[in-house]
Design a binder for this molecule. Structure first.
Ligand SMILES: [Zn+2]
Length: 371
């Protein structure tokens, strides 16, 4: 059994396959995620169909990846023809239609084909194929697994495409990358107490500080076909990557989103990626984190990150002190505590809104600054 498994592994991951994976910067785990099945399934029967999928994913001709006998080569051609059919199914076409295809074409992420209308290109499977290529997956099912964090949002296709634009900009670090979580936490505290009072350049100062801590920060324009995401966070090997939309937003939303992602980064037990949308942020505010104990396992990392974020921006003790004055709805009061605690007025306003102490639509929103 052990022996046959090993032979199998070597049959699949030939030197040519491993070289193609290196070019694509894919580990075995990531490759399997993008295939959408387990290692066991891959090895159980390494069918011609699976070889087609690998060929597609690795962008390398099968004839270079494996040594085919003439007979196998014929089988492979047959399998490839049926593989290409998967891009024309109703499921694939409907899936593809929800992508911001025109924008992706404009960005050069998918190929334009002259002389054919968009409708024709969808129906013929051309665009579904291009989009799967761009997303780096072999099926809709694989896409659902690889971009699980985008599922359940208003437009999973648009959000996953946005994340993908970021993914394509980073490579796995070749050497050791040692993250000092304590230093990152200290830098965030320093930021809060100093740079957070900045009127100008807040965004740049935050980005520069994180970059100095070896966090890769990418700013990618959001697609207009869905509300701009607040931020995304994922790991590329040992490299933490923070993805931010370029669109302007309020200082409180910006800092809350960045702090949430730093909250994820500071977790040493989990490498779960995160996509923070306005809807998710509103849910955190709505449910209140402190008394909510019906945590589902899936969200527990996010909840922990959110708790960390809240304390980075304004501790519970500080929040209590503000609320205990009883005059927190006065601009004067917020400005006083802003000076006392070294925290941006917009952050205090946002927190008071989350705690339902002041309404969401309030003249105090004027204290939030666009960054
Ligand atoms: Zn999260």
């Amino acid at each position: 059994m052990e022996q046959s498994l090993l032979t199998n592994l070597r049959d699949v991951f030939t030197p040519a396959v491993r070289e193609a994976m290196r070019r694509k910067d894919l580990t075995q785990e990531e490759l399997l995620m993008r295939l959408g099945y387990s290692r066991r399934t891959l090895l159980d029967s390494f069918s011609m169909e699976k070889r087609c999928e690998l060929e597609f994913l690795l962008d390398a001709p099968a004839s270079e990846l494996w040594n085919f006998s003439p007979e196998q080569a014929d089988d492979f051609e047959l399998a490839r023809r049926s593989f290409e059919q998967r891009f024309c199914t109703v499921e694939a076409v409907e899936w593809a239609k929800k992508f911001p295809a025109r924008d992706l074409e404009r960005l050069g992420m998918i190929c334009g084909t002259s002389g054919k209308s968009f409708a024709e290109r969808f129906k013929s499977g051309l665009l579904p194929r291009e989009l799967m290529k761009f997303m780096g997956v072999v099926s809709v099912a694989a896409w659902k697994k690889a971009y699980a964090i985008a599922q359940g949002t208003v437009n999973p296709q648009v959000y996953s495409a946005w994340i993908r634009l970021g993914e394509l900009q980073v490579r796995r670090p070749s050497g050791e990358l040692c993250l000092f979580r304590e230093i990152i936490a200290n830098n965030m505290m320093f930021l809060r107490r100093n740079a957070f009072m900045l009127r100008e350049n807040l965004r740049q100062v935050v980005v520069d500080t994180l970059k100095k801590c070896d966090v890769t920060v990418l700013q990618v324009p959001a697609f207009i076909t869905a509300p701009a995401p607040r931020a995304a966070f994922f790991w590329k090997g040992l490299r933490p990557v923070l993805l931010l939309p370029t669109s302007r937003t309020s200082d409180s939303d910006f800092l809350e989103a960045v702090s949430h992602m730093v909250g994820h980064l500071l977790q040493s037990h989990s490498k779960r990626p995160c996509l923070l949308t306005s809807k998710l942020a509103a849910e955190f505010a709505e449910n209140g984190l402190r008394e909510n104990n019906r945590d589902s396992l899936k969200d527990s990392c996010c909840k922990e990150a959110e708790r960390t974020a809240e304390n980075l921006l304004l501790t519970e003790a500080e929040e209590c002190e503000i609320i205990c004055t009883g005059r927190f709805a006065e601009r004067r009061c917020i400005e006083f505590f802003s000076g006392k605690f070294h925290v941006r007025p917009g952050v205090i306003v946002s927190r008071l809104q989350q705690q339902k102490k002041i309404p969401a639509r309030s003249p105090l929103n004027a204290l939030k600054v666009a960054v």
